[in-house]
Design a protein around this ligand. Sequence first.
Ligand code: GDD
Ligand code: GTP
Length: 428
Amino acid sequence: ATKAVILVGGASRGTRFRPLSLDVPKPLFDVAGHPIIWHCLTAIDKVPSIQEVYLIGYYDESVFRDFIKDAASEFPNLSIKYLREYQALGTAGGLYHFRDAILKGRPERIFVLNSDVCCSFPLNEMLKLFQDKDAEAVILGTRVSEDAASNFGCIVSDAHTRRVLHYVEKPESHISNLINCGVYLFSTEAIFPSIRTAIKRRADRPSRLVSYRSSENLESSFMVDDDDDDENRKNEVIRLEQDILGDMADSKQFFVYETKDFWRQIKTAGSAIPANALYLQKAWQNDSPELATPSINIIPPVYIHPSATVHPTAKLGPNVSIGPRVTIGAGARVKESIVLEDSEIKHDACVLYSIIGWNSRVGAWARVEGTPTPVGSHHTSIIKNGVKVQAITILGKECGVGDEIRVQNCVCLPFKELKRDVANEVIM
Ligand code: GDD
Ligand code: GTP
């Protein structure tokens, strides 16, 4: 048998997803009409040998309850459980902590998925490579531009055999443009002993260099003082990326499956817009019956929740998701945007490259707009007049934009009323 784990992280992370994560945990944020992790489950459900899925994270116990209940009826072949870490244990630490649960029923393999990526999750293809190569680990890889590569884990592989030769997490200098997509398949016999070795190696080290993630800096390291040994031991996290994968490249049958399909990280709130577009385009290619029927005013792909009210003269799309109970008035224009539950877009308003938070109102003839980022870009900020600003305009929940007001490249915290034109600002 095969099992799957989705690493959902916890509340202290997701700071870059503000202001949207103030109201919903990032893994449950809706893109293309469904929570981010629903897209992971859809892919997992297509692997016939998987019956059990664990969401591992350190969010409160109650956070995923309703989602799991809904998913249980939508994915009747999957048993889905949330396993809560008492604190952040790291991407490998969480797996290790729950090894008894994961190993129950003696699965031969586990898929491990980062929850904050958007892709077509070619799990069956990874499984095939795993079997063909008699592998101990398979990682999903994709090619990115040279300047983007060092923001990710980088893989050096043998082009012919597809074996992973080196793995370096967020390297300081360029080593490869083949990067870690955050999706793995491990043999249970290889992964747990590898984690145990990493834990032991760390415990044996007299003075340790522990690196943690801070929310803003990609990476920061601290020398750990041996005086607070207990404290440090507790704070130590074990991460697949820094502590395990490099070793696996040296000593295990470790292969990379390179996807040519789409892939994006979902880190900043603005990155929900490309993720929404990519999942909608995939649904469109698959003739998904969930999408709105194209017409003169519906440019596909567009998702409209059945409870939303869209005036027939409003023009929507491409790449638009309209949430439950949203109202879109006459002559409005919405393009490359997400409009969340209970919001209202008044007549003749224009919403482009934006996210409209829950229960917000956009006035008549108002314009709320962001800026498209270049195709294939992995950044969600742009330089405008020499200043770095968010490409996507985001309104937090319960914001109001007055009639005829123009909002450009702004991030607006919840409960704000915008009564004047604003551009390139964070409105607090
Ligand atoms: N359960 C649990 N516990 N989950 C965690 C923890 C933890 O302590 N820490 C992180 N996660 C989850 C996050 O929610 C996310 O889904 C995933 O693990 C990876 O998050 P990060 O540790 O923040 O890493 P990253 O996103 O900067 O980089 C990783 O993903 C890239 C692809 O998006 C690395 O794997 C990179 O190599 C990779 O390129
Ligand atoms: P594409 O179809 O995107 O190639 O362009 P188009 O010229 O057909 O215009 P489209 O209907 O797509 O509308 C997008 C553009 O309409 C935006 O870039 C706005 O500049 C403009 N627009 C601004 N305000 C409104 C509005 O209230 N209603 C509509 N329908 N369009 C507006």
